[in-house]
Design a protein around this ligand. Structure first.
Ligand code: ADP
Ligand code: ASP
Ligand code: MG
Length: 402
């Protein structure tokens, strides 16, 4: 099972390289199933086309449009395998039957029928499957969210009980920080599913978070590696004892965060449910929530949310929480970033949070909100300091040293 991302199928030369790698794997005696993304930049191009026609396009039609990027790639990869003298057949989501729910643009895989893939393999063919796309019960095309081909790859590996899911990308593996931001970031050889889940959800786009969830749930080892060389990459595996000796294993940052503060609202029971009910009903995901007691039965409630949802959330609060506060008590702020340090070693080491705050203080970076879990600490800061913070934390925790 091999999955190739956008850069790895970015042009015809790269597609030929994919074909050669698939054939080399087949020659070693393996059945080969390959999942491919759209050529790099293609999904963005398709989204931009749709946006020219509508600010708020129908999500069903958007999925019809963006899923075509993968349709082109699978056809080209199959042709490239033919050109190298091999046998291959392309399969789209509905042809495999990757059944999903109907949440367009963020669908979840419910079931994968392995029969079409099985019969291609039985005929000695390489099965070339379109990532990112599926089909719902009614036959509508769905897509799995940005970066979703990773999830297609791991889910298909789980359905086929493959020994490993190889994720081929444009970097050598999972690094201690985004190697395109931190030049001295170090590739880690092994990382636990749990740490990878945190890194993925906190901004490291090298794997889509749901792919890691699938890997963890079905015990599929994921090998993240480069399609540009034969180097050993990073293995995402169950936690091992040795991993705990490292205090922090990665630093990451999300962008385009925003926050809303409701100032001086009445501190009565049930107030939080009243605030978050309309947001949940509108499908808005809130993240860090902080409530601070002020005085005289009045409190400040602050939470973060994606910048893209800010205007809608503010409108909903003004409309539906009019009895809680006036519009001028609702303060919105955008251009924020959440920087995080992640590591299972935090469970057994004291002082990680202190060290993080000291490093940020040294750079004069103000921390607006803090949130922690067993294996991560996140600070919400001004977005313009995000890269500086990531580099400073990477140096401060000596992540380049290993
Ligand atoms: P693909 O098109 O192969 O799916 P992506 O662009 O989705 O590739 O993911 C690979 C990119 O993830 C890298 O180019 C890198 O910039 C970024 N990245 C962010 N954080 C990390 C990290 N901790 N380790 C490796 N890559 C990272
Ligand atoms: N082509 C899709 C995207 O750009 C899926 C993927 O690359 O994994 O998000
Ligand atoms: Mg990706």
């Amino acid at each position: 099972m091999q999955k190739y991302g956008g850069t790895s199928v970015g042009n015809i030369e790269r597609i030929r390289a994919v074909a050669r790698r698939c054939l080399a794997t087949q020659r070693q005696g393996h059945d080969v199933v390959v999942i491919v993304s759209a050529m790099s930049g293609e999904t963005n191009r398709l989204l931009a086309l749709a946006k020219q026609l509508s600010e708020l396009p129908s999500e069903r039609e958007l999925d019809v449009i963006v899923s075509t990027g993968e349709q082109v790639s699978v056809g080209l990869v199959a042709l490239a395998i033919h050109a190298e003298g091999g046998e291959a057949v392309s399969l789209l989501g509905h042809q495999v039957r990757i059944l999903t729910d109907s949440a367009f643009s963020r669908a979840r895989i419910k079931e994968i029928d392995a029969r079409a893939i099985g019969s291609a393999l039985k005929d000695g063919k390489i099965a070339v499957i379109a990532g990112f796309q599926g089909v719902d019960e009614s036959g509508n095309i769905t897509t799995l969210g940005r970066g979703g081909s990773d999830t297609s790859g791991v889910a298909i590996a789980a359905a086929l009980k493959a020994d490993v899911c190889e994720i081929y990308t444009d970097v050598d593996g999972v690094y201690t920080a985004d190697p395109n931001v931190v030049p001295n970031a170090r590739k880690v050889s092994r990382i636990s599913y749990e740490e990878m889940l945190e890194l993925a959800s906190l901004g490291a786009k090298v794997l889509q978070i749901r792919s890691v969830e699938f890997g963890m749930k079905f015990g599929v080892p994921i090998h993240v590696r480069s399609s540009f060389n034969d180097n050993e990459g990073t293995w995402v595996v169950p936690e091992e004892k040795a991993m705990e000796s490292v205090m922090v294993s990665g630093v990451t940052a999300t962008r385009d965060e925003s926050k809303i503060t409701l100032h001086g609202i009445s501190d009565q029971a049930g107030i939080q449910a009243m605030v978050f009910r309309p947001l949940a009903a509108a499908g808005i995901v809130v993240d860090v929530i902080v409530q601070a007691y002020v005085q005289n039965g009045r409190t400040n409630l602050t939470f973060t949310l994606p910048a893209a949802d800010l205007a809608r959330a503010r409108d909903l609060l003004i409309k539906q929480c009019g009895h809680l506060c006036t519009p001028d008590q609702i303060k919105a702020e955008t251009n924020l970033s959440k920087v995080s340090v992640v590591g299972v070693g935090m469970r057994s080491h004291a002082g990680v949070a202190l060290k993080m705050f000291e490093i940020l203080a040294r750079e004069n970076i103000g921390v607006q909100l803090i949130s922690t879990s067993e294996i991560k600490i996140s600070c919400v800061i001004d977005e313009k300091y995000a890269e500086l913070a990531v580099r400073a934390l990477h140096d401060g925790f000596d992540l380049d040293k290993g």
